[in-house]
Design a protein around this ligand. Sequence first.
Ligand SMILES: [Fe+2]
Length: 242
Amino acid sequence: MQDRGWIDLHSHVLPQLDDGSESVEMSVAMLRRMAEQGVGAVCATSHYYRQQNSIETFCARRADALDRLLVNLPEGLPRILPAAEVAFFSGISEKPDLGRLCIQGTRTLMLEMPFSDWTDLQVEEVSALVLDRGFSVVLVHPERFCSSKGNRQKLRQLEELPVSLQVNAGTLLHWMDRRVGLNLLREAPIPLLGSDCHNLTTRPPNLKEGRKIVIQKLGSAFLDKMDENAADLTRQTANATT
Ligand SMILES: [Fe+2]
């Protein structure tokens, strides 16, 4: 299905599932803010931590949260694509049913790497997800891991696969972080932008502001390319759940 408006690939908009939206009312207000910003579809990437939930339990909780939201959803708000922000865990490359955590109907896996220094083994597992399991891996907010020189080098290795890099819009809005965010978008084989919104105050929907910076600094053709990337990665595919 073709959505009108932009795709926000990263949000914590589902109610009471993680540290994002605290209620159905807050979720609706967040979706309203997104719609005002021109967002037509949003990936609901609630945190998935293997130590907290099985994939089965997570998907059931996510479906319940989505149901509670959809019955209260006014018309005209962004379409919600169930997904997950999957925190890396040891053995992830061999985990069955991982496809259920992808953006629904796709092979796109939104992956949050560890906040510590990455090991060679971890890089190998990401490679296996791409090359052996056939996932389109999106590394979310890589800018958060770049203070480590070792991680920057490993990120270069991962870019060879290739993987997508999804920079947070908020990173581009803070002048101290902007350069890092823009450089990552420039070097990414598949650059992407997401809001990673959690609420309406400290981490609000801000895709529009981020897009403005991309146009100013990287040009409108670059933004168009990012929109194409987002459309490709959210397009429905066959065998999405293996
Ligand atoms: Fe997130």
